[in-house]
Design a protein around this ligand. Structure first.
Ligand SMILES: [Zn+2]
Ligand SMILES: [Zn+2]
Length: 333
């Protein structure tokens, strides 16, 4: 049997349209009824006391593990729990369906092959992930009598032909969710990467953090008379200014000034913050400030710590980056 291309679900667990079912046939079935050559190796099971075959037992007995799904054709009546009579039954998880000719005979054998073809096509679609369809004029509409089977067309209705199988739709939906989550995550990661300095309140004091690690401590102000002496406000401003320096190819140079006994870390154009003895943890203020400024300068220029990225490489190649920014774009590259 060659399944026409129009019957294929647009997507599903098995997408190869050249994939055709394999057949195994019970000894008492006339092979000429079949639309294809059986592969042989049918494994029989004993019938129940009423002469019917348990569909699950038939399917399990085949131990099928072939490259494409298997359709087993038997002549005996089938039993499916909850059904009076069935023409066929598919177990997509096992990749096996079973069809029976038992109820397909009318007054004569005329049309038997055609009916079996319809049952096989219907079960084949189930194996490919197709659910039942409410449309009477559809191959996937479930039927219980030979008359209904004869009336049922052997093609999918337009809606089924258009519709992706629910498995395909579910996979597509899951992929979209994953895609958006990834984009979100990446945007978040990029934003965090370009804003590595943060600050947080610690009681009435505040601390400055570089990628979660404390790099400076702003102790509680001795006299909270002006906003500039508010540690949280100072930490917020310093973090924000350091972040805007971090994204520059040529960040300003940090240096240390001493004027009238007040030690400050400054950039070329403005003071960043005042260094007080309570910030240094008993270290001398000036050496502390100088070493702090040098360490942070390396972070700003190298765009990270040694090991965290490649700071020396960033610094060494800055000239190249600068040149590439001023060069007109070359689209043919
Ligand atoms: Zn069905
Ligand atoms: Zn349909």
């Amino acid at each position: 049997m060659h399944i026409p291309d129009t019957w294929w679900p647009k997507s599903g667990p098995r997408l190869d349209p050249s994939l055709q079912p394999c057949f195994r046939v019970a000894d008492n079935v006339d092979c000429s009824l079949l639309p294809g050559e059986p592969v042989g190796g049918f494994r029989p099971v004993a019938a129940d006391a009423d002469g019917r075959l348990e569909t699950n037992k038939v399917i399990a007995a085949q131990q099928w593990n072939g490259p494409s799904p298997l359709i087993v054709v038997v002549a005996d009546d089938l039993r499916v729990p909850g059904c009076d009579s069935v023409f066929g039954f598919a177990q997509p998880a096992a990749g096996v369906a079973v069809a029976s000719t038992f109820h397909l005979r009318g007054t004569d054998d005329v049309g038997l092959s055609e009916r079996l073809g319809k049952v096989i096509a219907h079960e084949w679609m189930h194996l490919r992930g197709r659910p039942h369809c409410a449309e009477v004029g559809c191959l996937m509409h479930p039927v219980t009598t030979v008359e209904e089977l004869d009336a049922r067309p052997d093609a999918l209705c337009p809606r089924c032909r258009r519709r992706r199988s629910w498995k395909g739709a579910a996979v597509a939906a899951a992929l979209i969710v994953v895609l958006f989550a990834t984009i979100d995550f990446t945007v978040d990661a990029l934003q965090t990467k370009s804003r590595p300095f943060h600050w947080r309140r610690q009681g009435k004091a505040a601390e400055l953090l570089y990628r979660g690690e404390k790099v400076l401590w702003f102790p509680e102000a001795e006299s909270a008379t002006s906003p500039s002496q508010n540690p949280a406000e100072t930490a917020r401003v310093v973090a924000s200014r350091l972040n805007s320096m971090f994204v520059k190819i040529d960040p300003p140079v940090l240096s240390v000034t001493t004027a009238a006994g007040v030690v400050r870390v400054v950039t070329a154009d403005s003071p960043l913050f005042t260094v007080t003895p309570s910030m240094t943890g008993n270290a001398d203020v000036v050496p502390f400030a100088v070493s702090w400024a040098a360490g942070v300068q390396l972070l700003l220029e190298g765009k990270g710590r040694q090991g965290e990225s490649c700071p020396m490489c960033h610094i060494a190649r800055r000239q190249q980056v600068r040149e590439s920014m001023t060069r007109p774009p070359r689209f043919w590259r």
